[in-house]
Design a protein around this ligand. Structure first.
Ligand SMILES: *Cc1c(COP(=O)(O)O)cnc(C)c1O
Length: 364
């Protein structure tokens, strides 16, 4: 590996800002750390695709295996340019559900606040790629003011999710300002942050950051681990620091073809997450965003995976498999069928290991 590749672990390796500043962004930089395939080379020559990979996340890539799960999440393929009849720029109609810039209000009692368009690493499967990374911008004071004004004017909003982009690309001071503004609204009960920093730049979770976050309890964090290979000493340390600060950490993973679309990989992933006290929350069917068609799996695969987990491992480890409804209807849970038949007398059920049992209904 050449010096230019940044993977030689200089002194600043553990400094999250150094990791962020030295994200690999070009074909030359990425070609210096992995042996590029023609499909990768072609995509990396296309200025349409926004690429950025922290040296840390890049160090997890297998230089010789084009199917490496980290590589497939971080390095584009020419398949991203393929036209598709079903994909959309904004598959969840987030722009249509945005009452003021940077706020998405889809459900009655909660909203998403888009804090920034920047990430530590740009996921190839990003559902928000119409805006994320396109311009690396963060919420301005004026935008934040408008968003908070909207939240304050809607007493039904009791849950605010700070997302992006990755909110943990912002400096502590900036994040503090956002959290303080949201927390100042009396009817906001809980705050959630969606971030991939523990996975893509775990050094971001510093004692100073944790000190900021714990001032805004009840605060929850959702991360996105998609493959057991992402669980390292560093990512484990980041999750432990958050959980030790009383922040419940959940995981939202995306079902990705050829990356994590098997019971074996998912089982290993969710069991490893429980060891870190990270609770598997959602498993997402891949959205219909432009350029990510090649990641989609049949819905049956997701059902099969849940079936392979439920009963076979800790109930705590089983996420809810959801399809985010195209057009913006919200997340729809999709489950294996355990109810074989249902009458006023009884329900006939199937157990996780295939036994048939009857449950008599109350008769009065
Ligand atoms: C996912 C999402 C939420 C949160 O949904 P939960 O099921 O409460 O986790 C809220 N708003 C929008 C727009 C979302 O996409």
């Amino acid at each position: 590996m050449s010096e230019a590749c940044c993977l030689c672990r200089p002194n600043q390796w553990n400094d999250w800002r150094w990791q962020f500043r030295n994200r690999l962004r070009t074909k030359e930089q990425i070609g210096a750390v992995i042996k590029l395939t023609p499909e990768e080379e072609e995509a990396l020559s296309d200025p349409k695709f926004v690429v950025g990979i922290t040296p840390y996340f890049a160090s997890l890539m297998d230089p010789d295996d084009p199917n490496c799960p980290i590589r497939r999440q971080a390095v584009p393929l020419n398949l991203e340019a393929l036209p598709s009849k079903v994909t959309m720029a904004d598959p969840l109609n987030e722009e249509g559900l945005s009452p003021v810039p940077r706020l998405i209000h889809r459900y009655p009692d909660r909203v998403v606040l888009l804090a920034t368009e920047t990430c530590h690493a740009y996921c190839r499967h990003c559902t928000r790629r119409r805006r994320v990374g396109m311009v690396e911008r963060a919420v301005t004071g004026e935008e934040l003011g408008r968003a908070v004004k909207y939240i304050a004017a809607h007493p039904e909003i009791r849950d605010v999710l700070i997302s992006g982009g990755d909110p943990l690309t912002l400096a502590n001071m900036h994040l503090d300002r956002i959290l303080a503004a949201v927390r100042a609204v009396p009817h906001v009960e809980i705050i959630r942050i969606g971030t991939r920093a523990p996975v893509t730049n775990p050094y971001r979770v510093t004692p100073e950051l944790v000190a900021v976050l714990r001032r805004y309890h009840p605060l929850w964090i959702n991360v996105q681990f998609n493959h057991p290979k992402e669980i390292t000493e560093e990512s484990a340390r980041a999750c432990t620091a958050l959980v030790d600060a009383g922040i419940p950490v959940g995981n939202q993973s995306v079902l990705l073809r050829g990356i994590n679309d098997s019971v074996a990989v998912q089982k290993k992933l969710v069991q490893e997450l429980l060891k870190l006290r990270v609770r598997p929350y959602y498993l997402y069917q891949c959205d219909l965003a432009e350029g990510i068609d090649h990641f989609r799996t049949p819905v049956a695969r997701g059902i099969e995976i849940i079936e392979g987990l439920r009963g076979h491992t800790s109930g705590l480890a089983v996420p809810t498999f959801v399809i985010d409804a195209p057009g913006g209807g919200g997340k729809v849970p999709v489950s294996p069928q355990y109810v074989i038949s249902q009458s006023t007398e009884k329900v006939v059920l199937r157990t996780y290991d295939g036994k048939i049992v009857e449950y008599p209904e109350p008769q009065d």
